[in-house]
Design a binder for this molecule. Structure first.
Ligand code: SF4
Length: 429
């Protein structure tokens, strides 16, 4: 009998009765799909872009060794440091050392699921460093001490009213449920943090090997501040984000954007190629002018190479983290991503979790999936998530991680044509 099953079932029941979640997800669904469909209608070569994006990712995974070597050489030749972290602990240790070396007291961050994956915030906070999330959604959930519920929209499980309630509690004054006022408060509260921070940490949406350039896609402008204002910038990402050229990275950015946020183009795509520099004084190269003097790129493996070598799950590494599959998922629309995740949520999250955090953590996520296939239909990379979920369930069964309750249901369906174990009269006869 699996220990998580009963308590998880209770959590799901609670989420199904969660009125705030229901309203928030209903509002999200309508707005997101209208925006996505309208953006795709206005992007004439979308099918070409997404098919090409899949080819680029497939090629990149096959040639990842040489691409990583190229990134390292380029980053180092620009005066930056490159670190390939084999696992979460190694990544956290490296980043902690960089922060220690600068005697960092304040770190500002822009949205990064990889830092979530490696539990970076917890490690830095334990060292006495103040860590401030600057993406609005991330800041909201940081105030609530929650984890992200969506890879693109971390606070999408909350209504405006609930966010106003959170701000009121944090500020000790009555904040109205008005998006404009809430945004203004965040702006006022966070602005000085960018200036005071010792270190800025960002993720990367795509990385071009031929120049070592990091692409950071965003709308708010916080990633620009976080990567530019502090004197040290650490970019933390997964090894699967590397593609051969700047042109490839731009093409992938064009596929991410409409699927992630329903826009033709995001407000900002920052292309970061090493630390800030000048040669304005007698052409003498000097690092750190208005932007960071010190630049680190930390690329995390943490189970990814294993996934890439596994023929059943390799395709999961083609994922460009656009989140369209979550937004389309009927299960996600009912229970959201807080309980349906360890770090990564939904069907694709189950596969990622199996490799980054192990089969046991992936089990509840994998068994919650309805295997309906709607994710596959919207995924721009045509990743066959439902097929992978079934393969993952086979592995969970072999590993003894399938709850007995589910084995019973499966046996009942096979033997009695119903999940409840009811012996019908006609069958008795
Ligand atoms: S599996 Fe596909 S739809 Fe889902 S986040 Fe990855 S690329 Fe996007």
């Amino acid at each position: 009998m699996s220990s998580w099953f009963e308590s998880y079932k209770e959590e799901i029941t609670r989420e199904l009765e969660n009125e705030v979640l229901r309203v928030a997800l209903e509002r999200f669904s309508k707005t997101y799909w209208n925006a996505r469909n309208s953006a795709l209608r206005r992007l004439p070569y979308y099918n070409y872009y997404r098919k090409r994006a899949r080819e680029i990712k497939a090629w990149s995974i096959e040639h990842l060794g040489e691409l990583l070597k190229m990134v390292k050489e380029n980053v180092e030749s620009l005066g930056g440091s490159f670190y390939l972290a084999r696992n979460a602990d190694a990544a956290v240790e490296y980043i902690s050392k960089v922060c220690d070396g600068r005697n960092a007291r304040l770190v500002v961050k822009s949205k990064s699921m990889v830092t979530e994956e490696i539990s970076l915030n917890e490690a830095l906070i334990k060292k006495g460093i103040e860590v401030v999330e600057t993406d609005l959604g991330e800041w909201i959930i940081q105030l609530r001490n929650e984890k992200p519920s969506h890879i693109i929209y971390p606070a999408i499980h909350l209504t405006t009213e609930e966010i106003a309630h959170t701000f009121s509690k944090a500020l000790g004054s009555n904040v109205p449920a008005d998006a404009l006022k809430l945004v203004r408060i965040a702006r006022e509260r966070l602005r000085q943090k960018f200036v005071d921070a010792d270190v800025g940490i960002s993720g990367a949406n795509v990385i071009a090997a031929d120049t070592g350039t990091v692409f950071v896609i965003e709308n708010e402008g916080n990633a620009r501040f976080s990567t530019n204002a502090p004197s040290v910038h650490i970019c933390v990402s997964g090894i699967e984000k590397v593609v051969p050229t700047v042109e490839d990275a731009l093409l992938i950015s064009r596929v991410i954007t409409p699927n992630a946020t329903g826009q033709l183009m995001p407000v900002y795509i920052s292309l970061i190629t090493g630390p800030s520099r000048t040669a304005d004084i007698e052409l003498k190269l000097t690092l750190g002018v208005h932007g960071p003097k010190e630049y680190h790129m930390v690329l995390v493996d943490n189970g990814r190479s294993k996934m890439m070598k596994d023929s059943d799950f390799k395709e999961a590494s083609y994922c460009i983290r656009c989140g369209a599959c979550l937004s389309e998922c009927p299960v996600y629309r009912e229970i959201g991503g807080i309980i349906w995740s360890y770090k990564y949520m939904g069907g694709i999250g189950a596969i990622w979790t199996a490799f980054t955090h192990g089969l046991e953590k992936a089990a509840p996520i994998a068994f919650t999936c309805a295997v309906c296939g709607r994710c596959k239909a919207v995924c721009p990379m045509e990743i066959n998530i439902p097929e992978m979920i079934l393969k993952l369930r086979e592995r969970l069964l072999k590993a003894g991680l399938t709850p007995q309750q589910l084995i019973n249901i499966s046996n009942n369906i096979r033997n009695l044509n119903n999940p409840f174990g009811i012996i019908r009269e006609v069958e008795k006869a």
